[in-house]
Ligand binder design. Structure first.
Ligand SMILES: *Cc1c(COP(=O)(O)O)cnc(C)c1O
Length: 393
């Protein structure tokens, strides 16, 4: 297609974001009961690891993800580390995950001593490709009893961690089928997808465990925070124990039965989380409205496509994304610079994990689609307030 022009793309996006001096990529919004709940923590002195909001936030997160249990933590990275430990994954084990993800996914695996093994993504979901995963495993792995072994490294492959990129669901039914065939545990990285549905079911509760993040830029924020969600009570108890210094429950004795972690979320953060979670439905509704506006504004613009939710998905559109046609991929940085000059914050997708120095030697599959997406994708402003003209900075 001819007629691609950077100005046309920037103009279409700026018609949606409106006449503002500066538009952030994703700004938090505190228009609910955050102040009220925070004041209650301070007035009562319950600011730290005990208090009503921690338990309430855990209960409500379980409801939001359609799971039975949630354990909140200080961030999403340690939630991933904890999920690995609770799943019995450690040194000498491999965990499959997409190379196209935020570095926290791979770090959480590495912190447990396990080895990330990178697999490819698909252009229709931006997430892990179940069909390509099956092909890769068929050629490099064998199942012995209940263990999937990497024939090239000799190591067991214990789990697969799909990541729902920008809130868009991975094709979970197909992935669960491949995981069962190769005896892999499924741990969902749902850090970006709170509030998204796949065939009407919330993400995070579709595997054995899911992890969430409440970092400042996520759809629901606690400043910093994370959670492990699961239907399995044994896993939830173990996660709670490990993240609370492995302290044995007792009215006054301080007694610990293993080397635990201080990964608990403080009550102040959980208070903000409770107030934010009350707004989740509203955030998702407005972000979906914003996505509709971008889709319409970019529909007639040559050389670029707005990334829309895959079939069967109701996405939270955490971060909106546009894909340049392959022919214009080398214009990406010039496009980003033009946006920035106009005060519109945007960015390329993360550098793929296998290109980072600490993961360059990690085992991996063919990653050609990941590399193609990385060349073509640009994230554009996604604050919910952009849907109703309320962003002011
Ligand atoms: C945000 C995020 C995490 C967790 O990050 P923290 O900053 O540690 O909370 C994990 N995975 C993905 C894909 C993320 O976007």
């Amino acid at each position: 297609m001819t007629g691609f022009s950077i100005d046309a793309v920037v103009t279409a996006v700026s018609e949606v974001t409106g006449p503002r001096e500066r538009v952030g990529l994703h700004e938090p919004e505190f228009r609910g009961r955050e102040m009220e709940y925070l004041a209650r923590c301070i007035e009562t002195g319950w600011v730290s690891y005990l208090g009503e909001y921690v338990e309430r936030f855990e209960r409500e997160l379980a409801v939001a993800t359609g799971t039975r249990h949630a354990v909140v933590t200080v961030n999403g990275t340690v939630a991933t580390h904890t999920a690995m430990m609770v799943a019995g994954i450690g040194p000498g084990d491999e965990v499959l995950l997409p190379a196209l993800t935020f570095v926290a996914s791979a770090n959480g695996v590495a912190h447990a001593g396990a080895i990330p093994h990178f697999v490819d993504s698909e252009i229709t979901t931006l997430g892990l490709d179940p069909a390509k995963l099956a092909d890769h495993l068929s050629s490099i792995a064998e199942v012995e009893g209940d263990v999937c072994r990497n024939k090239e490294t000799g190591r067991p492959i214990r789990a697969v961690m799909p990541v729902h990129i920008f809130g868009h669901p991975v094709r979970m039914p197909a992935l669960l089928e491949v995981a069962a065939r190769f005896r892999l545990k499924v741990i969902e990285d749902a850090a970006e997808s709170l509030g998204s549905l796949h065939d009407g079911r919330p993400l995070g509760g579709l595997g054995s465990m899911g992890i969430l993040s409440f970092n400042g830029n996520k759809i629901v924020t606690t400043g910093g925070g994370g959670a492990i969600v699961t239907n399995d009570e044994t896993l939830a108890r173990r996660a709670k124990h490990l993240t609370t210094t492995a302290k044995k429950p007792h009215p006054y004795a301080f007694d610990h039965d293993e080397i635990g972690y201080n990964y608990r979320m403080p009550n102040i953060n959980a208070a903000v989380g409770c107030a934010q979670l009350e707004r989740l439905g509203d955030f998702v509704m407005r972000k979906r409205k914003l996505a509709d506006r971008y889709r319409a504004a970019l529909a007639g613009v040559p050389g670029v496509t707005f990334f829309g939710e895959p079939a069967g998905a109701t996405s939270n559109y955490w971060l909106n994304a546009i894909l340049l046609d392959d022919a214009h991929a080398d214009e990406r940085d010039r496009l980003i610079e033009t946006f920035m000059k106009r005060g519109i914050q945007c960015r390329p997708v993360w550098t793929p994990m296998h290109e980072l120095p600490m993961y360059r030697a990690a085992p991996r599959a063919d990653l050609s689609v990941c590399e193609q997406i990385a060349r073509r994708l640009v994230n554009i402003p996604s604050s919910p307030a952009l849907a109703d003209g309320l962003v002011t900075t």
